[in-house]
Write a protein that binds this ligand. Structure first.
Ligand code: UT7
Length: 327
């Protein structure tokens, strides 16, 4: 008998400090009007020095575990999608495991930028289909504010910090995750990168002077590729499930730019209420964006049992993907 992977709990957490576009006007050469009209962003949350990635991830996880009514001690696996870990070693997942007391759980981070949560969900799906009783905690968590160059107005206004989490376990009922679709194109990595802080470049004063420790993005190239990839993976997921756009009850897309979300909505002919939007509140939180959105949709009653949910993402690498679910 086939097993299916279901999400039984969601949680999200953001730091307490809100930074509005108006606040940024004081710090850098930008305007609230430019940011709002070009991106849809109105504010973002920024972590303090006492709030590393793992702290946000733990808070989001506690909420997801509580909703799922699962004890941390019963978790089998913790997966964290992130590009801004506390440190290169150990993984954020191991720090989360320690903090939660999830003694039985394996734990690892995965590097798929803004697609990290969907990549993580697809791995959880495979484990749970194999062993129905497995309990997997999938997290997307980022502290991007530490990796943005506050002197580069074309990127620093875009990103925010936060974490989202989901508890995944099995059922015999044909619902939950129906299909997963993962893609990448490493040839285009230079359009969105943090060049240093890995092993490719030593951390020298020259490298730091060049700002290679920060996010670099060729916005227009990313935009063009994002709309193309998001549309194509959406059709791929629809086709795999014999859905038409009308069958989608809620589209939860990575929140990178309001114009990208509008483009996708128009191409699919979806009404506004079927496309979840919270970019105005959080900015682009990379791997955290989809699980934060999912949790908001869940807690606000926008997600109801039986609904067809399509999650789609795109990010540096490039990576992109989709997960289709019956909620
Ligand atoms: O999460 C991964 C996926 N990421 C994305 O999907 C992001 C995709 N890209 C984008 O969302 C957009 O490309 C941006 C929002 C990043 C930029 O929007 P754009 O319409 O492509 O603007 P642009 O970079 O072409 O810049 C247009 C103008 C420039 O001025 P000139 O050269 O026309 O005089 C920029 O200097 O806007 C200027 N500009 C700003 N002005 C005020 C750039 N950033 C700012 C700013 N405030 N913060």
């Amino acid at each position: 008998m086939a097993n299916y992977a279901v999400i039984t709990g969601t949680g999200a957490f953001v730091p307490s400090r809100v930074v509005t576009n108006k606040d940024l006007e004081w710090e850098i050469d930008t305007t609230d009007e430019w940011i709002r009209t070009r991106t849809g962003i109105r504010q973002r949350y920024i972590a303090s020095d006492e709030e590393p990635n793992s702290y946000l991830a733990v808070q989001a996880s506690k909420k997801a575990l509580e909703m799922a009514d699962v004890r941390a001690a019963d978790l089998d696996l913790i997966i964290v999608g992130t590009l801004t870990p506390d440190m290169p070693m150990p993984s954020v997942a191991c720090l989360v495991q320690k903090e939660l007391g999830a003694a039985r759980a394996g734990a690892f981070d995965l590097s798929a930028t803004c697609s990290g949560f969907l990549y993580g969900l697809s791995i959880a799906d495979k484990f749970v289909r194999d062993r129905r009783r497995m309990k997997v905690l999938v997290i997307g968590s980022e502290v991007l504010s530490r990796r943005v160059n506050w002197d580069d107005r074309s990127t620093c206004v875009l990103f925010g910090d936060g974490a989202g989490a989901a508890v995944v376990t099995g059922t015999r009922e044909p619902r939950g995750i129906l299909s997963t679709h993962l893609h990448a194109d490493g040839r285009l990595w230079e359009f969105l990168t943090i060049r240093a802080l890995g092993t490719a470049h030593p951390v020298t004063p020259e490298i730091l002077d060049k700002g290679w420790q920060y996010i670099e993005m060729s916005g227009r190239d990313v935009f063009k590729n994002a709309v193309r990839a998001l549309e194509s993976v959406t059709w791929e997921a629809l086709k795999a499930n014999a859905w038409t756009p009308e069958d989608v009850d809620l589209l939860v897309c990575h929140q990178a730019n309001m114009r990208i979300l509008d483009y996708l909505r128009e191409r699919l002919g979806l009404p506004e209420e079927k496309v979840f939007i919270n970019i105005h509140k959080y900015g682009n939180t990379s791997a955290a964006s989809i699980p934060i959105a999912l949790d908001e949709a869940n807690r606000s009653g926008k997600l109801r049992p039986g609904m067809n949910v399509l999650m789609v993402s795109f990010g540096g690498g490039f990576t992109w993907g989709a997960v289709a679910m019956k909620w």
